[in-house]
Design a protein around this ligand. Sequence first.
Ligand code: DQA
Length: 145
Amino acid sequence: MVKKILVIHGPNLNMLRKREPEIYGSETLFEINKKLVQKGKKLGLAVETFQSNHEGEIVEKIHEAFGEVSGLIINPAAFTHTSIAIRDAILILNIPVIEIHLSNIYKREPFRHKSMISDIATGQIAGLGVDGYFFALDAVFKITS
Ligand code: DQA
């Protein structure tokens, strides 16, 4: 059975390339997702990607992952700093969870220093740009192997 890995992107990440490229880079989310699926195939993992600007949709997507998915990679974007609902949904899953941020949230405004999920995630990658997603996939592969 091929293991499924879910990658969730939170609000405004659909605007990558147009959105503050000096912070978030010039690659589109479409390109990133395509490469994640390709890398997953090479590792023998079925990568599914999902983006939403709505907190409840992200919560529901995490619920759907229950019992179906072997690992979660999540950039909750602005919800990182606010969402108890996403934290609680992640707590339902008993799988490796990698929190990822394109930017180094600790080098930025104080309100970005607090993550609602960092203490329940398996690990966190921040500040390495798009590469962080691929490192996260390597980590999930290693942890689940
Ligand atoms: C982000 C950092 C968040 O503070 C911000 O709200 C985002 C993106 C990142 O990937 O660096 O939307 O999660």
